[in-house]
Structures are given as structure tokens and as C-alpha cells.
Design a protein around this ligand. Sequence first.
Ligand code: BG6
Length: 501
Amino acid sequence: MNPGNEEKKNDNLSAIMVIFGGTGDLTHRKLMPALYNLVYDKLLPERFAIVSVGRREKTNEQYRAEVLESLNKYSRNKIDEGCWARLRNLIYYMQFDFTDQSGYSRLKDFLEELDLKVHTEGNRIFYLAVAPEYFETIVYGIHTSNLAGNKKGWSRLVIEKPFGKDLVTARKLNNKLLKVFPENSIYRIDHYLGKEMIQNIMVLRFCNSVFESLWSNKFIDNIQISLLEKQGVGTRGEYYENSGAMRDMVQNHVMQILSLVAMEPPVNLKTDAIRTEKLKVIQAIEEFTPELLRDNAVFGQYGKGIVDGMPVPAYRDEEKVPKNSNTETFVALKLHINNFRWAGTPFYIRTGKRLGANSAEIVVQFKSLPKVLYFKERHVQEPNLLVIRIQPNVGVFFQFNTKDFSTHDGIIPTKMDTSHLSPAQGNTPEAYERLIFDILRGDATLFSRWDEVEASWMFADRIIEYREHKRFSFPNYEAGTMGPVKAFELLARDGKEWWNI
Ligand code: BG6
């Protein structure tokens, strides 16, 4: 390994991308379509190759045909013959079992041959698109066969979530990775960071005086982060049973969003400056004691119900889920960030499966003005709300009060919604396109640094431990509704409500 080679990162995008898990779902649904769209947008470097490693026996031709089938299903751009021909020629398939050390030696020989053929100069991306139980085995194989030790080029490791199942296992995994790759060559994927509107949070905050000057406990009443899904766990019951909403969504995606929303302005836009400010937010979250959790955390699990007019089973009736499962498919939290900017302003978070809506949004509710001038019944003053719509709508909504022209002196809230207005918001590139491109450029800003992951686990572990030691009377919400009643009471107790704008 030659970490010094990272210096040259931006001048040289040529590389071989090795995908472990080449026949898996992630590769077919996300990685290949992303690579295709990078070709389509002319962003993939000239000198590039993809080597997919899988356990099943198949020829290059068979594998390429399967990739084309997936592209037809999942690509956001139509399949153009020329673009496909280009991508097709970059793809190779190699069969071996990840536990078979001789496979890595064969891979090494093959990569060296390809280097000469494609002029990729020893640059490598190792993408672990496999179940987490293989992470260590593969990195060990990369290590012992000296796959990442090429002195000529750079080597980067890309690792999907879950990064450990708690702080202890995450630390253990990280120590193993660090023996082979230095921290600045490890790209821990959180695909939410690849979403356009997540990247837009910093722009909205730090390029608009109207927002940033009001962005604190002095003017903000509360902030809500809702990541809501209609889908259930489907065929992922086995994974989800050991994960639950806390590990699946809160420890990673929600923590990342929270830190971007609450962070201080970084000293510059360099990767570490941004990550350092994000980390401080997670570290400043009020420590949850069991007493605090009793009042400020709500766990839920879906029962059967109707979603989009179709009957759907309860979580406990999903494939590979035990009938007495105590796993949460929903969680709502109220938390405080104990720093100067945020002390006293509650953050409400909720995420869950099989809900009545499919949306990811951040709602910032500003404090209301004193009712001194406009206090009559017809002077209904709604709070100013800024909604950052992440999906399915992309854009910003803002609510403010104006005179109701149809009345003598009534007041109505005006709702300004830019999420449909800008044509640039259409056809949002899939998160993976941006992330793969950034890995190629050696820009790790949209990936989680180890200390962020560590701090998130410290936060999540306390909540998970509390949940695991408690029996709940699950199911406690019907599929197709907006979650357990207690999630509504959590806000009602503070005289607030979840905004569904
Ligand atoms: C993944 C979770 O990380 O994020 C899934 O494992 C979840 O359970 C998914 O469905 C949500 O991502 P998106 O991009 O569809 O909102």
C-alpha cells in the first residue's frame, strides 16, 4: 500500500474497479446502472475496466447479458447502443469463492494483465458489494495476495453498510481494514449522502443569509427529520431481524442528515473540515439514559394492513421473521443537541417501514411571533416552515403568512413550493453515480469517516440496548398508517405535531 500515491488523486482517474458480489442485487440494481449512466454522461474515464467477482460459474458473455437485462430494468437513462457497447467492453467476470485464497492470486494476475492492456497504471477500487460477514475475509484475501500493494498506483476500498452491528464489532472490523488500507483510502458508503438534496443542505444553509442567520435555538422551534417508507422488509427478513430500524436507518442515514442540518460552518469545503464539524454534532447529542429513553423514544412494529389498496402481511408474518419478533420496524426519537447553537431546541426523528407515505423530508419549524398585533380569531398565523424535500419530491418548500386578499383583514399561510418548479430538479442522478465518480476522483467528502461511524454507534448502541432489554406489545401499528399512536403523543406532549406538508 502506498498512501502517498493519494496525493496524485485528481489527475488520474483511470482505474480497475473490482466488484466483489458481482452477481448480487446491489451490483445489478445500483452499481451497473450507475456505471452505465456515467458512460452516458461521459464521466467514466477512458482507461477503465470492471472486474466482477462472483461465486457462480459463468462466462463473460453470460454475465454481460445479465448486466444488460438489469440496465433495461433499472437505468434512469434509456439504453443507447453506443453507450452499452462501451460499457460492455469494460466488463469482465471472474469466478471464485471469497474464502478460496487461490482465487485472489488469479485475480492479481488478471488485474496485472488488464493494467497493461487498458493502461490503468495499477489504480484499483475494491468494492465490497457483499453481505457483511464476508468483509473481513475479502480484505484478508486482498491483503495476503498483495492485491492492494501495487506501488505504482492507488488502491481504495469501498464498503457498504452495515459497518458492524454495534460499536464493538465496528471497531473490530475497522482495525482489520486499517491493517490493509489507510483511513483516507476507505470509502464507507452511506447512499443518502449521494442524494442531491442531502448535498443541498449545506448550500441552503451556507449560501442564504435568510436561513443561516436564523439557524439556531433563538429562532427555530423544532426540527423534524422523517424518513418514511411504504415498503415492508420483503425478502430481507433475516437481515432486518438482526438490524431493526435503529441499525438500518438511524445509526447511519438519520445521523448523517442530522449532522448536516445541525453542524457549524466548516472552515472550508475540504473533506476533513466538513467531517470534523459533522462529528461534533453527533458528539454533542444529549446522552440518553434509560429514563430519558422511556419518555423520548417510541418503538413500533407493523401489523397487517392495507398499503396502496393492497393487503400486506404483518412483520411477524414476513419471510424468515420469527412469530414473536421484538424487532422494531419504526422508531421515533426526541433528542437535544447540547451545544450553544441548539440547546433547548428539540429534534424529532422518525423512520419506519410499511407506513402510509413514502417520503424523506426535513422540516424546520421557526418560532412564532408574539400575538400582539394580529391576535383575533381570523388572524390565524401558521408557523414559518422550511421543508427540505429529499424524495420523492426534490426541492424546497417554504411557508409564510400573508394577507388574505379575499377578506377584509384575514391572514393566510402562503406555501411556496420550489420542488416542482425547477427543471433542474428532474431526473435526479442516482446516488451511486455521484458516489462512484467521487471514489474515482479520490474525494471522500460524501463518505463517513471512522470517527463519525464510531460516534454514531455510541449514540445508537444505548438506544438499541434499551430496546433489546424491553418487551413491547408488538405489533403496535397497522401497515399503511403513520406509525404508533405514541409517536404522535411524543410531540403532542410538547404542544407540537409532525408536519405532513
Ligand atoms: C437502506 C436500508 O440503507 O436504505 C433499507 O437498508 C431502506 O431498508 C433504504 O429501504 C432506503 O433508501 P432509499 O434511498 O430508498 O430511501
